[in-house]
Write a new protein. Structure first.
Length: 261
């Protein structure tokens, strides 16, 4: 049991995510999103399962080479700035940490933000639909329009819950984690439906090297909380062109010159 405790690694809670991994098994045993009142119970049960798995695993040989450290690329987590769409059927805005670090493309059908150094991508879309459209219909339409959206496998899902953004949409968030040939990948996918409108947001990222589980949890937690949680549709007033008075240094209002007929 002492060996099992030594091999067990519990990722520190990071923006609500907790991960339990077993070094001897070289995999993540469980990830879950910590919620008030449930985190301690989930952690205790998960720790027992992970300890049992680790206790049955053989100690790695001393000559085993150490895992390579994670990539030096830093995931953008600085101050968030506003990103606005103009080409979507229903223009929206969101807050994106370290906005200048992302490559942003608006339209024609998706607002896409890419961060190549960390293999991360965020794609968001709104579009017109039948008046009584269902969330499942929106999900199917989004997948037809963007074939790269990850397939949701129940064994990979670590969180599934309602999301309150955008406002007035019935939106479900699904977060998943899967192993890859060289590391671990994760996604946060949200599909939503409102009267005559659909919404989709898809975030994907990949991490390699030691500490990949903790890094992936941090990325997913940041995007769910700070990005997807900030999405809102822009109103007509937000998009209307407003004529403002020009004010001279002396404080005297100066109106723009009249246009010639």
């Amino acid at each position: 049991m002492a060996l099992a405790r030594a091999l067990l690694e519990i990722a520190r809670p990071n923006r609500g995510w907790i991960g339990i991994s077993c070094g001897a098994l070289d995999k993540v045993s469980l990830w879950f999103y910590r919620t008030s009142g449930l985190g301690r119970a989930f952690l205790s049960a998960s720790a027992c399962l992970a300890l049992a798995g680790c206790s049955n695993a053989a100690r790695p040989p001393p000559s085993r080479p150490a895992s390579v450290p994670p990539s030096g690329a830093h995931f953008p987590d600085g101050a968030a700035s506003r990103v606005r769409s103009t080409d979507l059927d229903f223009p929206l805005e969101l807050r994106l940490p370290s906005k200048s670090a992302w490559q942003i493309t608006d339209g024609p059908t998706w607002l896409v933000a890419r961060h190549e150094p960390t293999s991360s991508e965020l794609a968001v879309r709104t579009w017109r639909a039948e008046r009584l459209v269902r969330r499942s219909d929106c999900a199917a339409q989004a997948r037809l329009a963007r074939l790269s959206i990850p397939e949701i496998k129940e064994e990979a899902v670590v969180d599934r819950r309602a999301l309150g953004t955008p406002r007035d949409f019935d939106t479900e968030l699904v977060v998943g984690v899967e192993p890859t040939a060289h590391g671990i990948s994760g996604y946060a996918i949200a599909f939503g439906a409102s009267v005559g409108r659909c919404y989709a947001a898809v975030f994907t990222t990949r991490v390699e090297g030691r500490g990949a589980e903790q890094e992936l949890a941090a990325r997913l937690g940041l995007v769910v909380d700070r990005v997807l949680g900030s999405v809102r549709l822009r109103s007509v007033d937000d998009r209307a062109v407003r004529h403002r008075l020009l004010v001279s240094p002396a404080g005297t209002p100066v109106r723009p010159p009249p246009t010639s007929e």
